[in-house]
Design a binder for this molecule. Sequence first.
Ligand SMILES: NC(=O)c1ccc[n+]([C@@H]2O[C@H](COP(=O)([O-])OP(=O)(O)OC[C@H]3O[C@@H](n4cnc5c(N)ncnc54)[C@H](OP(=O)(O)O)[C@@H]3O)[C@@H](O)[C@H]2O)c1
Length: 257
Amino acid sequence: MKVLLLGATGNVGSRALPALIKHGHTVVVYVRSPSKLAPGKRAVLADVVVGSVTDKSALKDAILAHNCDAVFHAAGVAQMFGRSKTGEYNKMFATVVAAIVEAREERRGPAIRAWLMSGFPMLDSAIPTHLIGDYMPMFPEHRENLALIQKQDEGNIAWSLFCANQMSPKHNEIRIPAPDDCSAANVIASADSPPEWRDTLKWVPLIGPYLNVFGLAGGYATSLEDPLDFIATDFEKGLQSEFVGKRVGLKMKKAAP
Ligand SMILES: NC(=O)c1ccc[n+]([C@@H]2O[C@H](COP(=O)([O-])OP(=O)(O)OC[C@H]3O[C@@H](n4cnc5c(N)ncnc54)[C@H](OP(=O)(O)O)[C@@H]3O)[C@@H](O)[C@H]2O)c1
């Protein structure tokens, strides 16, 4: 696919680029600090667009001018507790979604495929209708983004939310394309609730759901690179992906480094 990558100078985005290149995608980055892009990265890019993710019309123009059929949103960073005073994280998410929808409406044709970063608390807990975030109130800004994306018409934006837990680099050096030990084969994925999630403690009176969430959450830390290879692999499926319209949880097959 032709992917517009947002946040390419950050932890996630800088490792998404080698994965996307490895899987044969054409990548245009949209960055506010182009000087942070090393020459080795620039060399593999179809283009660099300079702008802020708070600028809807510039984002829309970047999608349309480069005829992108996919977007990977990894810009900004959610607050662990509470919300930023400016609300910038939620504003960026809403701006990206609006830009994608407007670009699709203006261009017509198929929906734009989008992977957007979210957090682990946005997955379902063992008790239906409750999110993990209901028992573990961290990264609350993701909740507003989830409500917004679930209202969207999938004919405009074919979205998936990556509900990531803590991610740590497997390699300090970022090589392009990503090395072969960075692979979707190292992770298990599931839609809407964490893979292999168990509910053994949920029946303990009152505190059961909390025990369940806090007992299990630590097992969902991952590397940065393997989940990003998973997303780059999934982009190859385009609009046929089984993860369209889903929150996606990932777990390492072996414990994270
Ligand atoms: N890292 C993790 O373990 C983890 C876990 C779960 C979820 N997440 C989520 O993953 C996403 C990315 O996290 P990260 O760790 O990669 O964050 P990060 O390292 O802080 O990177 C944030 C990126 O966003 C860019 N950015 C911020 N504001 C922008 C703006 N107005 N316009 C354009 N670009 C802007 C930054 O650009 P500059 O370089 O110019 O500042 C940087 O490239 C976030 O949504 C985060 O909540 C991360």
